[in-house]
Design a protein around this ligand. Structure first.
Ligand code: 6PG
Length: 478
């Protein structure tokens, strides 16, 4: 019997995805460049419908047509001219495949690279799906959230397998056809940007609690409690668990033993660059990316901590009261972060004519992926009520939430600022909120400055829109 599905690249994510597909009743062929990895993997799972292939020829021959080949190797190509491991696998596959066979790239590939591959494979008569897969190792095994992009007709062929392996929420699989070409990897990129935002916001909450003298056990309890309420989410849940964890050797809190230098693999920075290119404000997500960058410059920070002064931290008062306030600041900031990420998806979707469905995208993020959270239901509902929603903040539920939380949100940003505790993402969110709702911004003065030094002209409040004026400003000497 030929296999229903093939997977290339048996690192942990690849292995877990194979076990997931197999567990749904499909026979899976596997191939890894290092043959021993393939053999060991298959030997470790006796009795499963797995076929170990030692060569790519063998692998391709073992698959039923149209072949469905999922590549799970690391993609690094960003520029047009870059070629990486995914391209190398594709090049090796092309001469072995038949017209109509399907190649799926399930890594975190850059969406423009996916578009290049989509076009290239189409020219060869092959079909391509660029699929974002979220959920880490556990998600891959038990049910990830999958964001596939490519032709709708190709999605139809893949749908039964993708729907059966994806996470389920209320019986609905966490996978939809996102859109053509690079749409799937694009949405996965923004998912990761939002993931960065969520993580940083949680870290800022933790940092305030730490400054207020909470023990790690007290903080763990706060996050565990929050996970029972409206902020229930995977990231809040793992934060509580991480804070509870003690180091086996020293018995100390493991979180407090970890060096405060954040790593990142690129998707957050791509999101930031993409937003700048599209003139969309994602200040919370940007703050999160930049917070990781600054954290990584530990040496410079340690040196500066001896040179640059700040206030002495002095946070007193009722702890339960502070917890409530930080809860509201975190929740409101999180809403802003999602509003920004979704605005970017909407803007790009429109300019690329991808015809994206924001409500359904939020729905497939409810399960399987890293940003899975209870409140995504509310986002889905908001777009179901109004598909044309210009900004998430304006949906009735979120408008109300931002109105109710804002006093505490402002107090937390003020408290942190007065105590010299950095809250770049909390304050970026609040700055966005206040700017977006401002009928009047000081850009009139900015336009005057531009016209002053460069005769860039301006519009007037007392003249029709679209008419531009210039003032003869006085000459400035020196
Ligand atoms: C996921 C994750 C996953 C990975 C990211 C983030 O959705 O399962 O986003 O793709 O953890 O690459 O990694 P960095 O934090 O290293 O950038």
């Amino acid at each position: 019997k030929k296999s229903d599905f093939g997977l290339i690249g048996l690192a942990v994510m690849g292995q877990n995805l194979v076990l997931n597909v197999e567990s749904r009743g499909f026979q899976v062929s596997v191939y890894n460049r290092t043959t021993s990895v393939t053999d060991e993997f298959v030997a470790k799972h006796p009795g499963k419908a797995l076929v170990a292939a030692h060569t790519l020829e063998e692998f391709v021959q073992s698959l039923a047509t149209p072949r469905k080949i999922h590549i799970m190797v690391k993609s690094t190509a960003v520029k047009d001219t870059d070629r990486d491991a995914v391209d190398a696998v594709i090049e090796q596959l092309i001469p072995l495949l038949d017209q109509g066979d399907i190649v799926i790239d399930g890594g975190n590939s850059f969406y423009q690279t996916t578009e290049r591959r989509d076009t290239y494979l189409a020219e060869k008569g092959l079909r391509f799906i660029g699929a974002g897969v979220s959920g880490g190792e556990e998600g891959a095994r038990k049910g990830p959230s999958i964001m596939p992009g490519g032709p709708a007709s190709t999605w139809e062929v893949m749908k039964p397998i993708f729907e059966s392996i994806a996470a389920k929420v209320d019986g609905e699989p966490c996978v939809i056809h996102i859109g053509p070409g690079g749409a799937g990897h694009y949405v996965k990129m923004i998912h990761n940007g939002i993931e960065y935002g969520d993580m940083q916001l949680i870290c800022e909450a933790y940092n305030i609690f730490k400054a207020a003298g909470f023990t790690t056990d007290e903080m763990a309890k706060v996050f565990n409690d929050w996970n029972e309420g409206d902020m229930q989410s995977y990231l809040i849940q793992i934060t509580g668990k991480a804070l509870e964890q003690k180091d086996a050797e020293t018995g100390k809190s493991i979180v407090e033993l970890i060096v405060d230098k954040a790593g990142q693999k690129g998707t957050g920075q791509w999101t930031l660059l993409n937003a700048a290119e599209n003139a969309v404000v994602i200040s919370t997500i940007n703050a999160a990316v930049e917070a990781r960058i600054l954290s990584s410059k530990k040496k410079a920070r340690v040196a500066a901590s001896k040179e640059l002064t700040g206030p002495t931290v002095n946070i007193t008062g009722d702890k339960a009261e502070l917890v409530k306030k930080v809860h509201d600041a975190l929740y409101a900031s999180k809403v802003i972060s999602y509003a920004q990420g979704l605005d970017l998806i909407k803007t790009t979707g429109e300019s690329k004519k991808w015809n994206l469905d924001l409500g359904r995208i939020a729905a497939i993020w409810r399960g399987g992926c890293i940003i899975r959270a209870r409140f995504l239901n509310k986002i889905t509902e908001a777009y179901r009520e109004n598909a044309e929603l210009s900004n998430l903040m304006l949906a009735p539920f979120f408008k109300d939430l931002l109105s109710k939380t804002q006093q505490n949100w402002r107090e937390v940003v003020s408290l942190a600022t007065l105590n010299g505790i950095p809250v770049p993402a909390f304050s970026a969110s609040l700055g966005y909120y206040d700017s977006y709702r401002a009928e009047r911004l000081p850009a009139n003065l900015l336009q005057a400055q531009r016209d002053f030094f460069g005769a860039h002209t301006y519009e007037r409040t007392d003249k029709p829109e679209g008419q531009f004026f210039h003032t003869e400003w006085p000459e400035v000497i020196g």
